[in-house]
Design a protein around this ligand. Sequence first.
Ligand SMILES: [Zn+2]
Length: 324
Amino acid sequence: MTNIGPIPLPAPGAAHSGYFTFEDELLAKYQWPYFAVVGREPGLTFLLTAGIHAAEYTGTLAALRLAKLLDPHHVTGTIVIIPLLNRPGFYERSVYTNPEDGQNLNRAFPGDANGTWSERFAYHLLHDVVLNVQRAMDLHAGDMVEDLEPFLGYLMTGNPEVDDRSREMIAAYAGARWVTHVIPGGERAGMLYGAAAQNGVPAILAESGGRGLPIEEDVQRHVDGVLNIWRTLGLLTDSPPQPSRTPTVIARNEWLRSPHEGIFLCRVKPGDNVSAGESLGELVDLLGNHLMTVTAPAAGVILFTVTSPAIKKDGLLLAVGVPE
Ligand SMILES: [Zn+2]
């Protein structure tokens, strides 16, 4: 194999890095950074991505650190790292969206070759890159205006060959207490890891950190999680894997959105346990008058909160994970 779609691979036993672009007139105005490492012995092909949400810096920084750590002499198979997917949004410090069309790139999959910028990007990333690898992992954090409890996600497809392999990666990450395996309540599908799994590529998402802060502990959690996945899968042979730890399964992931525009006075923090009907915060208008009390739809754990109090109508407030 000499390339994975638009990404050239080095010879066996070598590593290289550079920039690539896609064969599409709208996408081609950007160059994406990548790293590729090919071991001397053949094995799995693993794709690590980050920064599909441009201000989720812990993922991008962890991907860059992992790329620098890799020594091809200790790699079996092929590892490709794309540390920043939302290339248009990075220097714009975009929150949630892609400035080319205002869409959320992680709701645009499987995409459309003749669609908007985001739909074209999703189409080409999925078909040209993701469907040519055997495992995929996408690093996230809470966005610039979100704080979160570390958690993992995969999409249960019903195909055990895919789901068991996704769960193997989930258990090997070892650094998060929670895992979700369904589309969050009230959200559209269209996420990268979900589209990969539905097309037969075992894939997971990992969340660590947030608020736009490159906190060392949050970056290193991702680094340690990915290294242990690579060691567990036999891609990295420098030392044996640590024992896997299956996180608690979140049966329902309730994302609460605001029916009003207003100011959100949040009373909980990520990791808090809440009971059904418990007050989680208050929405007030621009005169400070009460609009509504936000309550927990069920007992569970707060997976993330929005840290900015400025909330548009239908804006996201927080997520309650409801354990099985
Ligand atoms: Zn994200």
